[in-house]
Design a protein around this ligand. Structure first.
Ligand SMILES: [Ca+2]
Length: 218
């Protein structure tokens, strides 16, 4: 290989390393997915993959206000900055925030969200700017799934022995609970769906146990 070709490659590699260190490929903000029971409130933590070089941000966060309500916007634990927001009650919240130094970790911003009506809704960034446009910004939008009752696998709004049957049918392969609905069947809260979950639903229905374990822990 000729010397000037080697030099070109070396310069390119150094450029790539410097560019990635300064986030030229986009420092990414991630809105997490969440499952929230209708009527309940949860806090979504927006995480920043690499806070280096970022000392201010402006963003517009959009969502379907008929499905969820953003009750409050809070600074993340790792970003002790100054922040103002506006737009609660609308479908878009504007946030501006700034600090003298970059955040110390990935916990960047929090949305306190209440779930209102059943179904999925996306929480999306309509815009995001770091500093005055550099480093480049990229982001990952999140989805909030609003569900009704734990254990109500059929989705009819009530807990019944039939829900326990659907879990047992799922376990033996006679019918299938969609993957994104499996958390509803996990009434034991142990992270898996098993015959125990069906048993707990039946025990709860006749009052042998006061609450489903996943709800007792709430
Ligand atoms: Ca049901």
């Amino acid at each position: 290989m000729k010397a000037h070709r080697i030099l070109q490659i070396a310069i390119l590699l150094v450029g790539l390393i410097v560019a990635s260190a300064y986030g030229a490929f986009g420092q990414e903000l991630t809105i997490p997915d969440a499952q929230i029971q209708a009527g309940a409130t949860d806090t979504l933590v927006l995480s920043l993959d690499n806070p280096a070089g970022i000392t201010s941000a402006s963003m517009e966060i959009g969502y379907d206000s008929s499905r969820v309500t953003v009750l409050d916007v809070l600074l993340g634990d790792d970003a002790p900055w100054t922040m103002f927001f506006n737009g609660l009650g609308s479908d878009e919240i504007s946030v501006v925030m700034a600090g003298a130094e970059p955040a110390t970790g990935s916990n960047f911003l929090k949305l306190v969200v209440s779930a209102d009506s059943l179904g999925d809704t996306d929480i999306i960034l309509n815009s995001l700017v770091w500093n005055e446009g550099s480093p480049a910004a990229s982001w990952v939008n999140g989805t909030v799934t609003v569900f009704g009752l734990y254990g109500d696998v059929s989705g009819d709004g009530t807990l019944s022995p039939f829900d326990a049957s659907l879990i047992l049918q799922h376990l033996v392969g006679l019918s299938e609970i969609p993957t994104d609905q499996l958390f509803i069947a996990d009434v034991s809260g142990d992270g898996t769906v098993s015959a125990l979950d069906a048993s707990l639903i039946l025990q709860h229905l006749v009052g042998l146990i006061e609450c489903l374990p996943v709800e007792c822990e709430l």
